[in-house]
Design a protein around this ligand. Structure first.
Ligand code: AMP
Ligand code: MG
Length: 339
């Protein structure tokens, strides 16, 4: 990993971080239209492509090491671009190493448990990247803006006093600290959309028939509570950006830039973890060398002893007879396969 690349990623993500202990006031403190001086979408898209290659490499190492897990929490207002961000940032990553979970209105069963229960059930394993499309933060966002949600949670009286939000911030911070201490890094992304850009995206969802399914009249009711959400997000960001799990406010009015930033924050976290392929002992290496010799002895007549090593060494000098017999084998296999 070239150091200048890590430095560029850090430079991109630093201004987005909510410094723990600072008080955030939206919409004033973070500009949804910010682009870090990248004026052309084309340049941003090219950077994202390189970023996703880097992520794929780190994800392979994370899985091989099997010690750390990563949880990405995505929060946004409606039409903030959560789905597209997941699709683009995770493109190129082995699907076996990633688990995406979306959280909707809680079910009866979920309401029968403490409020963190349903999120804890879907945490990633070691070696995995888990993505929460909406997360435990809904418990201090939609539940706060619409108190009827809190009523449905069957809480004892003492747990629904007005200090409930402060208490939840503390409980969430403690829970995240516990997870971090035990090898699970938490990446918290808030896609910060402007009210005008939301209006435009809603209209697009109405105007384009293929997008109608993405729009619900409830979205307009939520939009009417815009200021309440901005307040709830501001307080949440102020209270739950911690040294072990800081928030990143992602400028979301330009989708390509939001995706680039999300990839950069995830990359920054993985660079920090610096997962390594497991160390192979001298003894195992010796055993591998013995097996290699045996496999080489098994090469059929005319075949290279170790075709992989030959091509890795850039060898083009292949025995013409070997090529012929390879061709012959393929032909036979194809005929058998057609039956
Ligand atoms: P969507 O992500 O558009 O499919 O919508 C999911 C809906 O579930 C949103 O309206 C969220 O506000 C709602 N939701 C998610 N989590 C909770 C929660 N803990 N309590 C109440 N509503 C929730
Ligand atoms: Mg929706």
């Amino acid at each position: 990993m070239a150091d200048h690349r890590a430095e560029r990623i850090t430079n991109l993500v630093s201004p987005l971080r909510v410094e723990p202990g600072t008080r955030v006031r939206l919409p004033d403190d973070f500009d949804p239209g910010y682009r870090a001086g990248i004026s052309k979408k084309k340049d941003g898209v090219a950077l994202l492509r390189r970023g996703t290659e880097l992520l794929a490499d780190y994800q392979r190492r994370l899985a091989a090491q099997d010690t750390y897990g990563v949880l990405v929490c995505l929060q946004a207002l409606d039409a903030g671009g959560k789905d597209g961000t997941i699709r683009h940032v995770m493109s190129g990553i082995n699907p076996q190493g990633v688990r995406v979970v979306g959280f909707k209105v809680p079910s009866e069963e979920e309401l029968d448990h403490d409020y963190l229960w349903r999120y804890a059930r879907h945490l990633p394993r070691r070696g995995e990247i888990g993505i929460f499309n909406r997360s435990h933060y809904e418990e201090v966002l939609v539940v706060r803006v619409h108190p009827e949600n809190l009523k449905r949670q069957k809480l004892p009286d003492a747990a629904r006093r007005p200090d409930v939000w402060e208490r939840r911030y503390r409980e969430i911070n403690d829970w995240e600290r516990y997870l971090t201490d035990n090898g699970f890094k938490i990446v918290k992304l808030f896609l910060n959309l402007s009210k005008e850009e939301q209006r435009v995206r809603f209209l697009k969802r109405i105007d384009v028939p293929e997008r109608n399914w993405k729009f619900s009249p409830a979205d307009v009711r939520e939009r009417a509570r815009w200021d309440d959400y901005q307040r709830a997000f501001s307080q949440m960001l102020s209270a739950t950006s911690t040294p072990w799990a800081p928030w990143y406010v992602i400028p979301a009015d330009h989708k390509w830039f939001a995706r680039l930033c999300a990839a950069a924050v995830l990359a920054d976290t993985l660079i920090d973890i610096d997962p390594q392929y497991p160390h192979v002992s001298d003894r195992t290496r010796q055993e591998l060398a013995e097996v290699k010799r045996e496999l080489e002895r098994q090469a059929p007549e005319g075949a290279l002893a170790d075709p992989y090593a030959a091509s890795a060494a850039g060898s083009t000098e292949q025995d013409p007879k070997a090529k012929k017999s390879e061709k012959g084998k393929k032909g036979k296999k194809g005929q058998r396969g057609e039956k």
